[in-house]
Write a protein that binds this ligand. Structure first.
Ligand SMILES: Nc1ncnc2c1ncn2[C@@H]1O[C@H](COP(=O)(O)OP(=O)(O)OP(=O)(O)O)[C@@H](O)[C@H]1O
Length: 374
């Protein structure tokens, strides 16, 4: 029989943090135990405390692992407070120079992974996953070593987009081997759990699971890891942005005003935690009729470019609204690899080229510009 939550809590009562037991510290997230006995939870930590709390994390994991009925145990440290906000720290606000020097990294780096780029949207359904997949492949076609982490835990779509199924192999004791999607190393919660069980996860568990996917996957040497973020700008997304060592973020939007308002929130969210915005992409920008060639701007046109200009962040390009993009995505045959000569595949490649050029120029190292929301 699988271990119970109470048994896990009792075991954690033997672990000390500061002068008291871990469960009384207020740092413990909800404990998740699935029917197979897999246990996961997070311990919240100021980013500056990560190294000091690692032995506590390891001890908690070992204590739970030792319980009869416990399956694999995953314990992560998650930063849900900005660095320096912890108790007993100096309260003086940092100067702009200190902030610029301190950012990034704010979270522990992932060994071998040179750059981590989040693809995010303020709103669901704007094509974030489609862009993440095709962008990763376009970077791969440029000869780069690329990974894709599907962190959209509420609706993982990498398995479908890359046409992948099956469970990742375990390497060593706890590292998972990513699956190969047309030369891109792909990891998704969709490979590990049923979609229905992913849906009930709450904020801290989402962060914990994503950290696990980030850090317990044998990514090897990567030039870029693309992270397909969960949609929206709530607490879970903010915490995730903080606890992942992101080089920067790409924001996707469709051209409608409503989507753009949400995209602006997305930009603001990353800027709040001083993660550079690498650029904005307009998806579903225009539609060229395959019969007569007439171009229609179904959702409007140019809004994301104007928004990017207004916010002072790079505009990376437009992806047209194209039936073939939807069809190839649904069929697990991404257009960038299956039909690279088309105008829409080229559009993804142009975005990838601009993104890579920005990364080379150190766009990811610049301090985030300040924005004012009117
Ligand atoms: N440029 C495009 N042309 C045609 N269809 C598109 C385009 N971009 C995305 N789609 C389609 O729109 C739907 C939503 O796209 P996608 O799943 O990538 O969005 P998302 O922002 O990741 O959504 P979610 O918020 O659910 O994660 C999919 O069916 C996809 O195939």
């Amino acid at each position: 029989m699988a271990v119970s939550r109470d048994e896990v809590l009792r075991a954690l009562g033997t672990i000390r943090i500061g002068s008291g037991p871990l469960p009384a510290s207020g740092r413990l997230s909800e404990i998740s135990v699935d029917p197979s006995g897999r246990v996961s939870f997070a311990i919240s930590a100021d980013p500056g405390e990560a190294a000091a709390l690692e032995p506590v994390r390891a001890a908690a994991e070992a204590a739970v692992k030792a319980l009869p009925g416990a399956g694999p145990v995953f314990v992560t440290l998650t930063a849900d407070r900005p660095a320096g906000a912890g108790p007993g720290r100096a309260a003086a606000p940092p100067s702009a120079a200190q902030r610029a020097a301190a950012a990034p990294p704010r979270a522990q780096a992932v060994p071998g992974v040179k750059r981590i780029v989040a693809v995010a949207s303020g709103k669901g359904g704007v094509g974030k996953s489609t862009l993440s997949c095709n962008l990763a492949l376009a970077l791969r076609l440029q000869g780069l070593a690329v990974g894709l982490l599907d962190a959209d835990i509420y609706g993982p779509s990498a398995p479908k987009l890359f046409g992948l199924s099956g469970k990742p192999r375990l390497v060593g004791e706890r590292m998972l081997e990513p699956l190969d999607g047309y030369g891109v190393k792909v990891m998704s919660i969709g490979f590990l759990v049923e979609e229905s069980s992913a849906m009930i996860w709450r904020g801290p568990m989402v962060t914990s699971a994503i950290q696990q996917l980030l850090r317990e996957v044998a990514w090897g040497e990567l030039d870029v890891l693309i992270v397909d973020m969960p949609p929206g700008t709530g607490d879970a997304q903010l915490t995730m942005a903080q606890s992942t060592p992101l080089t920067g973020a790409v924001i996707v939007s469709t051209p409608q005003d409503l989507a753009l308002i949400d995209a602006r929130r997305g930009v603001a969210m990353f800027q709040k935690v001083e993660i550079p915005i690498l650029g904005v992409v307009e998806n579903m920008a225009s539609f060229a009729c395959p019969h007569c060639g007439t171009v229609s701007n179904i959702f409007g046109h140019g809004g994301a470019r104007r928004e990017a200009e207004k916010l002072g962040v790079p505009f990376l390009g437009e992806i047209p609204l194209q039936m073939e993009i939807r069809e190839t995505s649904d069929a697990g045959r991404p257009v960038v690899v299956t039909d690279p000569g088309t105008a829409h595949a080229r559009a993804f490649m142009d975005v990838a080229q601009k993104l890579w050029a920005g990364l080379q120029e150190g766009a990811g190292r610049r301090a985030a510009p300040r924005i004012v929301i009117e």
